[in-house]
Design a protein around this ligand. Structure first.
Ligand SMILES: [Zn+2]
Length: 397
């Protein structure tokens, strides 16, 4: 390799580092970019090159949310027209699709009803039409899609890529959503579970923006967790990390659908919460109504939500003792209960946490809309993964 080749290879590496940092963080100042292992002068020259090529753009006046109060001048971001990531959420009775530019701009989202008994290919055809419609509305061509992130309501086995039996959509169990979707959509695909992707959404745009280590609790039909460790989601050797709904809270409790006994899900999922209202209310309101009634002062509804919070707090204390996150974000359908659930959760957690008091991390409700947090997280996963989903750049120098 000649000295010229070495310099050229070094320039390519430096460009890739800057692009990767911008895909992870959105808009950044030049001094923030110099913390990714490049000198200030290298950052200045790489950014200059990228500006000239139209790969990055200067952002003059964008207030940034959740990263201090200052508004540092001279932010740069990737050019949002370079490419687009697609997020897809496959859920019970519905699919959602979202578009996000490579500059982390959320563009738009839409949903369509689906039949849970339909074959995955049929559901994916609906997804494909939604993608085409959204791309057309934003003036993007399919060739500008860098990748598609698919969110599944259950764990995906890491080695095989197959959806595990805990998936709540039975037609998808034992299916490899990545390869099936890649076949139908004819686009590069990643697949992960809903809790991990929602964790990425709150990391990218929400309550955990800019953090390196935090835990996200996703409450839906069951309770799942996404662990962000050193800036990335921890999936575990088998891809089942974060199945906090199946941790044991009561050894003598009800038998769970997983075959375990007294799992958190048997005590704090929507089914478990509403079960206890039959005696007092002579009916079982849906979880959204329970939360609404609780906010209106219904004592029974407040009680069952507080009890659920306490049970979740036991699981949180165990998780906190093992992982030491700097923040815990509660998302999904229980987040709307706010302090009614979170205060008892925190009390229960503090009582069992090894560092009581001040050292225990804050527990906050997620800031993103529960209906879109998963689908935009699926798009974020694609934007953040520059190794698997490169930008369609012209190769120069
Ligand atoms: Zn279980």
């Amino acid at each position: 390799m000649s000295a010229l080749d070495v310099r050229s290879a070094q320039r390519t590496t430096n460009r890739s580092r800057v692009i990767h940092a911008l895909r992870q963080n959105g808009a950044m100042s030049r001094s923030e970019l110099s913390t990714v292992g490049l000198s200030r002068s290298t950052v200045a020259s790489v950014v200059g090159e990228l500006l000239e090529a139209g790969t990055v753009v200067e952002i003059v006046d964008t207030p940034r949310i959740g990263r201090g109060t200052g508004r540092p001048p001279g932010l740069v971001a990737l050019n949002g027209r370079l490419g687009v990531a697609v997020g897809v959420e496959i859920a019970n009775g519905i699919v959602r699709v979202a578009l996000c530019s490579v500059a982390q701009e959320l563009l738009l989202h839409e949903s369509a009803p689906t039949d849970d008994e339909a074959a995955p290919e049929v559901t994916l055809q609906i997804v494909s039409s939604l993608i085409d419609r959204l791309l057309a509305r934003q003036g993007f061509h399919r060739s500008q899609v860098i990748g598609v992130g698919i969110a599944m309501p259950g764990p995906i086995q890491r080695r095989t890529g197959l959806t595990g039996r805990a998936c709540t959509l039975k037609r998808w169990v034992g299916i490899n959503p990545r390869t099936v979707a890649a076949g139908v959509l004819q686009l590069p695909v990643l697949a992960d579970n809903d809790a991990n992707l929602a964790a990425l959404a709150e990391l990218t745009w929400g309550a955990a923006r800019g953090l390196r280590d935090y835990a996200y609790i996703y409450t839906a039909t069951g309770i799942g967790a996404g662990f962000v460790i050193d800036g990335g989601v921890y999936v575990g050797a088998n891809g089942t990390a974060g199945e906090i709904g199946h941790t044991t809270i009561d050894e003598d409790g009800l038998v769970c659908e997983c075959g375990g006994r007294g799992c958190l899900n048997t005590l704090a999922n929507p089914d478990a919460i509403t079960r206890h209202l039959w005696q007092s209310h002579r009916r079982r309101p849906a979880i959204d109504e329970v939360i609404r009634l609780a906010h209106d002062g219904d004592a029974g509804c407040r009680r069952v939500l507080a009890d659920a919070g306490r049970h979740i707090g036991v699981a949180m204390a165990n998780m906190y003792n093992l992982l030491d996150p700097e923040l815990i974000v509660l998302g999904g359908n229980l987040a709307a209960a706010g302090a009614i659930l979170i205060d008892p959760l925190r009390d229960s957690m503090v009582r069992r946490a090894i560092h009581a008091g001040e050292a225990v991390p804050p527990v906050v409700a997620g800031t993103l809309d529960e209906n879109i947090v998963v689908v935009v997280g699926a798009a974020a996963a694609v934007v953040r993964d520059s190794a698997r989903f490169p930008l369609p750049l012209k190769q120069t120098g």
